[in-house]
Design a protein around this ligand. Structure first.
Ligand SMILES: Cc1cc2nc3c(=O)[nH]c(=O)nc-3n(C[C@H](O)[C@H](O)[C@H](O)COP(=O)(O)O)c2cc1C
Length: 212
């Protein structure tokens, strides 16, 4: 029995392509597995930004935290517990201004926490991060208006979406990452329809591989 956590981050509720990808994921996953699926909608809910109290609290031992500091970490604790419990984490994310929605960034700031999801190895300056979340799989289900963002393509240098998300999940210890992307909403309609079709197919193939 695997636990799945689905995080949506599009600000659009209607006609969102990344939400459609997480829906395709859910339907196909449920067809094969009767697992527990948890949802968190970052696009709709308020994700608090980290603040002065949060930072002071996160970087000191638990026993030394004031009541105010403990309170400041409450949302972070809740998100991290949910992440720890999940075997499979599915992120639906549009590209906004060559990066990710600010709600998803605020979420990442809440869950990238020293001694909780990563720790520092001062002996290795080149790669000082040790990820503390293990044996998890991430599905990045992404949508973009333009195209050419993949490795070696003309917009690769402007891709702060998938490259960033992969880096962040690697740092917290998750290296089994599948990425499915819809490209080109704003351009060639025929290619775009093909991209949607291919992405739905790819999700199904990846789920089958993951569950075998
Ligand atoms: C505020 C905003 C910023 C966007 N910025 C980019 C961008 O930098 N690059 C790009 O390729 N598409 C960009 N797009 C297009 C979206 O990535 C595309 O419409 C995507 O399908 C949105 O995801 P959704 O359908 O799940 O809402 C932007 C869209 C919006 C609304």
């Amino acid at each position: 029995m695997k636990k799945v956590l689905i995080l949506n981050s599009s600000a659009r509720k209607h006609n969102s392509k990344s939400r459609k990808l997480t829906e395709v994921f859910t339907e196909h996953w449920k067809n094969i597995h009767n697992d527990l699926i948890n949802y968190r909608d970052l696009g709709e809910s308020h994700v608090p930004h980290i603040n002065e109290n949060w930072i002071a609290a996160a970087f000191k031992p638990e026993a030394l935290r004031s009541l105010q500091e403990i309170e400041a970490l409450k949302t972070s604790d809740e998100y991290i517990t949910e992440l720890r419990e999940a075997d499979v984490i599915v992120i639906g994310a549009p590209m906004y201004n060559w990066s990710i929605p600010s709600t998803l960034k605020a979420y990442i700031d809440q869950v990238l926490r020293v001694n909780e999801t990563w720790k520092l190895n001062p002996e290795n300056m080149q790669n000082p991060y040790i990820g503390l979340l293990q044996n998890k799989t991430v599905f990045l289900l992404l949508s973009r208006g333009a195209q050419g963002y993949e490795k070696g393509e003309y917009n690769e240098h402007m891709n702060f979406q998938s490259n960033y998300l992969k880096t962040v999940f690697n740092i917290i210890g998750i290296t089994n990452i599948h990425t499915v992307t819809i490209n080109g909403e704003s351009f060639d309609p025929e290619k775009y329809q093909q991209s949607i079709h291919d992405s739905h197919q790819m999700i199904k193939t990846l789920i089958e591989k993951e569950l075998n």
